[in-house]
Write a protein that binds this ligand. Structure first.
Ligand code: SF4
Length: 412
């Protein structure tokens, strides 16, 4: 895949910007694929260098995907918080005996999916903890239950960690397992469980999690079988800027082979309720400048490979999200309707944003809102505010996960 050159006049004319940064941005503008060393220099950008990087990334975004900021109307369904994996950055997973351990029945998951469909959602994002007693075909059966009830709903489900667990539990070869899930209607896979794709860092974050090479193997196999995935990176904890660059370049190399990533989503670490922060020496998440740096860096390094760069409003909050949407990002992610994982780790940015609120926020920075499908087909462009007043009250009430039932051993 050739890296498209962009208009050379788009290099920001920041006089104070160090020559070294200007040279790298010129190289990127002329279509050169940036190296690890060049990425590392951008990853350290501060002051006027960071300003130039942000302006350039925003220009790249405009030339690559235009003026719209997209979002998807979706609902998160986290079917259980019971998990044996024990990631140190996770505030969500619980032991099976915890007072607040919960599990949802198939009927409840389907009810939530149907409720979302009736309120305009086109996607459910389904992920959960990993209980030890999970039935081998649990993921297939849950997917089947949703698709039978609402055939047109896009099911974006089961992280590579869950796919790996399903493979282990069933004893099926990976490709057969993925083929079975695709045949049952799996629309796409969240590229979560990536954290930082380096086993040295992963050992600190979660020694029980699948190794980086297995994550790559599962994602690559999914792409080759025609199942798209997202890609993610968690930053702001124990990692170094060199880890960001290595991680992003690895994703770029996968995308050049498969073309299967729909987007890249940088995920800022939420530290409050995590062991990694309390005992593991992690930083307390990223500050605003670091968020901008990571998003702008990703736009520049992934140019010519992954077109869509998403902000996670649940982790960043709206103010920082809007700043990142002016630093290379072009997608606001989903309305969610409920969100448990970041909230459990201490995030306070809410569980649900209505499409009307999304549109108002997008317009507040002079951009055009557009609703998309999971795979970035545009459903509707809201280019005339008079037809869609930005002040319309939210149509959808907050949907709280208050019908969770206490987990009992053997529930799955
Ligand atoms: S991040 Fe996922 S796999 Fe890790 S402990 Fe939390 S729920 Fe379990």
């Amino acid at each position: 895949m050739a890296t498209p050159a962009i208009n050379g006049s788009s290099i920001p004319a920041t006089e104070a910007c160090p020559a070294e940064i200007r040279e790298i941005l010129h190289a990127a503008a002329s279509g050169e694929e940036l190296t690890f060393e060049q990425g590392l220099i951008l990853a350290a950008a501060e002051g006027s260098a960071l300003e130039a990087l942000v302006v350039f990334a925003d220009q790249l975004r405009r030339e690559t995907v235009g003026h719209a900021i997209t979002y998807v109307v979706n609902r998160n369904i986290n079917f259980t918080n019971v998990c044996f994996v024990g990631c140190s950055f996770c505030g969500f997973g619980r032991g099976p005996g915890a007072a607040d351990a919960y599990s949802l029945s198939f009927g409840e998951v389907v009810r939530r999916a149907r409720e979302a469909w009736e309120r305009g959602a086109t996607e459910v994002c389904v992920q959960g903890g990993l209980p030890r007693d999970l039935d081998g075909f649990f993921y297939r059966d849950l997917l089947r239950a949703i698709k039978r009830a609402i055939p047109e709903m896009h099911v974006h489900a089961f992280s590579p960690m869950e796919i790996d667990y399903g493979v282990t539990k069933t004893g099926m070869p990976l490709r057969d397992y993925l083929r079975m899930m695709k045949d049952e209607g799996l629309g796409s896979i969240p590229g979560t469980a990536a954290e930082i794709l380096d086993d040295r860092v992963r050992k600190e974050l979660s020694p029980n999690k699948l190794p980086a090479a297995r994550w790559v193997e599962i994602i690559t196999a999914a792409h080759e079988l025609g199942i798209p995935t997202t890609s993610t990176m968690m930053y702001g904890h124990v990692e170094q800027p060199a880890d960001w660059v290595r991680h992003i370049l690895l994703l770029r190399s996968i995308q050049k082979r498969t073309g299967g990533f729909t987007e890249f989503v940088p995920l800022g670490f939420i530290h409050e309720n995590t062991r990694l922060y309390r005992h593991g020496g992690a930083r307390p998440g990223a500050k605003r400048e670091e968020h901008l740096r990571v998003h702008a860096l990703a736009r520049v390094l992934l140019h010519g490979a992954i077109k869509n760069l998403q902000v996670s409003w649940v982790k960043l909050g709206f103010e920082t999200s809007l700043a990142c949407l002016q630093a290379g990002a072009n997608d606001f992610s989903g309305t969610l309707m409920e969100e448990n994982i970041s909230k459990a780790a201490g995030a306070t940015f809410g569980e649900y944003v209505s499409p009307e609120e999304f549109r108002a926020k997008i317009r507040s920075i002079g951009r055009v809102p557009a609703e998309r499908t999971t795979t970035y087909k545009i459903r509707r462009v809201f280019d005339n505010p008079e037809h869609h007043p930005p002040t319309a009250p939210p149509q959808l009430p907050m949907v709280r996960a208050d019908s969770n039932v206490t987990y009992t051993e053997g529930a799955y």
